[in-house]
Design a binder for this molecule. Sequence first.
Ligand code: C2E
Ligand code: CA
Ligand code: CA
Ligand code: CA
Length: 279
Amino acid sequence: SKASGRNAVRFFDPAMQARVVQRATLQRELRHGLRDGELRLYGQPIVDARGQPCGQEALLRWQHPTRGMVPPAEFIPVAEQTGLILPLGQWVLQRACALLAHWAKDAQRARWTLAVNLSARQLRQPDFVAGVQQALRTAGADPHRLKLELTESLLLHDVEDTIAKMEALAELGIQFALDDFGTGYSSLSYLKRLPLTQLKIDRSFVRDLLTDPNDAAIARTILQLAQSLEMEVVAEGVETPEQFEVLRAMGCRLFQGYHFGRPAPLDGEPAPPPVPSTS
Ligand code: C2E
Ligand code: CA
Ligand code: CA
Ligand code: CA
């Protein structure tokens, strides 16, 4: 009837429907992209106080056939919502371990660590520890060179289970970093209970370090906290020599940011599949 038709119209929100369709499309394309080899692993150098590289952070990229390079901020949330982050995350771990095994043959890079970002959903998988072990074993990679990056929000769910998994992995020699430190809400008391080896100062505190005394105070406090907990600190988002100098003067020993290198395809990454020949 006319009345119910009008009611239906009242609940029809074109903007919302467009978002739902967009997300469904992205989800389907991402599933196919993973299958068709469109995902790439990039790496960004992490350097020591002399500016010498001592490792990399692995960062996902999606080389979409028509959209171009899709940044992770656009597809990781979708992958997390749909569960696709599980095969995607396992793919990243496998690629990372293969790369570590490749570096092990190189005199300079044999000592580098490779940091991999984790999503909450991955850590909640009952067989997560087995998945990491399998990736290491298949590639023949040294667990001591693998670093897993977690965010504070990830620690909010089921702390006991998270700690148990982290401890099992730490037992194998795997290191853990707490990412984007200072931006989350987790209690500082967790810090002592978790087998963390590293804190990463979020780049929002590094950006205005030279002009905002609050940011400088936060950076200094994180460095002092880490020192008393015997953890390393990586300063993220270092873009200028001045930021590097100030952080170094504060006692920071590890750095990451555009000043040292932008994310680039990791050496040892397979080339994109060739375009099919038409001859
Ligand atoms: P993140 O873990 O905090 O990674 C650092 C981000 O900062 C990267 O963005 C990097 O390109 C950017 N960055 C590094 N140095 C600078 C700098 O000097 N200035 C500025 N403005 N930015 C800098 P990217 O690659 O776009 O990644 C964004 C986020 O996506 C990551 O933030 C991480 O949370 C997530 N992500 C990336 N790869 C993965 C993955 O394999 N798995 C999961 N779960 N998340 C990932
Ligand atoms: Ca990270
Ligand atoms: Ca970060
Ligand atoms: Ca600020």
